[in-house]
Design a protein around this ligand. Sequence first.
Ligand code: FAD
Length: 428
Amino acid sequence: MQIKSAKEHYDIVIVGGGMVGASFACALDRAATDKNLSILVVEAFTLSNCLSIQPSFDARSTALSFGSSKVLEWAGLWTDLLEVVTPIKQIHVSDKGHFGSALLNHEEHKIDALGYVVENNQLGAVLSKAMESSSTIELLCPARIESVKPLAVGMKLAIVADETDFTVETSLVVLADGGKSPICSQLGISRDTETYEQHSLIANIAFENPHEHIAYERFTDTGPLAVLPLSRLENENRASLVWTVANDQVEELKLLAEEDLLERLQERFGNRLGKIRKIGERSFYPLSLSTAKEQIRPGLVLLGNVAHTLHPVAGQGLNLALRDIESLVNSLLSSRITNSQETLEVEKSLDSRSKNSKIGSMQNLQEYLRLQESDQAKTIMFTDKIAKLFSNNDKLKIWARKFGLLSIEMAPSIKKEFSKQAMGLREN
Ligand SMILES: Cc1cc2nc3c(=O)[nH]c(=O)nc-3n(C[C@H](O)[C@H](O)[C@H](O)COP(=O)(O)OP(=O)(O)OC[C@H]3O[C@@H](n4cnc5c(N)ncnc54)[C@H](O)[C@@H]3O)c2cc1C
């Protein structure tokens, strides 16, 4: 529910109601069946109309893996999302100008879809509705967290909302404030950052032919290009373009006339979907790999882009964060069950604040990291490798690419690894 001013204490405060903060709040609310947790979400932008100003819910689209659809179902969000997502039945991978291509097919894996594409503002609308209709989640927006300070137990946060300053205390801060977090810097949490010297050009495009639910990943000598299927609108066959370009091309591409841009794009993408008829507003995002050197401290955990910002080439950022969310929620709630079983009699007399005071303990948070460490490392490595392997025209790399693509088609184990990442499946 939306609130105007916060209480003095919450069990959990989530900084940032973007894709990750909001998904975490909804998942926790759904999984904590006793509803005995107090949750505050503080978001700098207004959420109720997610029409593009909030960074997480701009005009981009996101490819959700099959695994993410299962996490979102567990979080109680999938019924609403199913009405707005476009299924991906096949993924076509190709390398411009070089022999070799691979096709991943949902039928091989006996599932309805390899993944789904959702427009970010529609995902935002579903998440906002879920937070607003929850009686457990208190949503304060627009409001900013100005500082987070450690206490003997828990954290103290300074909030500015509508020019009013106030403070709240909490057992656990979930920092989901994105990749440029000033709060991380304030807390002295440093980052490893490597720029790819590239930007993503994002736009919606319209094709002559229907996409037939195929997502295209095309590697070109100037960088990878993804075309994701979207629902038809106003009689147009729509798709979402994610085109990786070198930094020195950005200014030119911003200014290029629409027909010249369409011609260049057609030359890069080929004629698989017929003529590219239209391109919508272009947005450019600088690309880097950036990971926080610490993800947990007593009373603090980092989630989403603030923990790890990835190259979008393999569409893994939110998908990884959703798996992190599932593990974190499970670690927090299972420790609560253990604690309350151990001290059942004592706890009968305690208020919920005392009951949940251990929620931000290092033991809980270490358990979460133990579960997610290897998934995070593998996903980051896979994405970085693909971004680097397919981003220049070095002859050796062309051979490696050829070999890689042929291998995806021919060697079942490599194809399996590629499919597993694309579908976002956990190790068994
Ligand atoms: C071009 C591109 C394409 C992508 N495609 C895919 C894809 O297909 N699949 C996929 O899985 N991932 C994809 N990603 C990655 C995905 O977009 C990110 O993983 C996701 O946006 C991370 O969300 P977040 O909530 O962590 O951060 P953000 O989206 O940055 O949200 C942070 C939120 O915190 C709020 N905030 C910040 N500071 C404060 C404060 N002090 N107080 C209160 N609120 C605050 C902000 O207003 C914002 O709403 C893509 C990324 C890019 C750049």
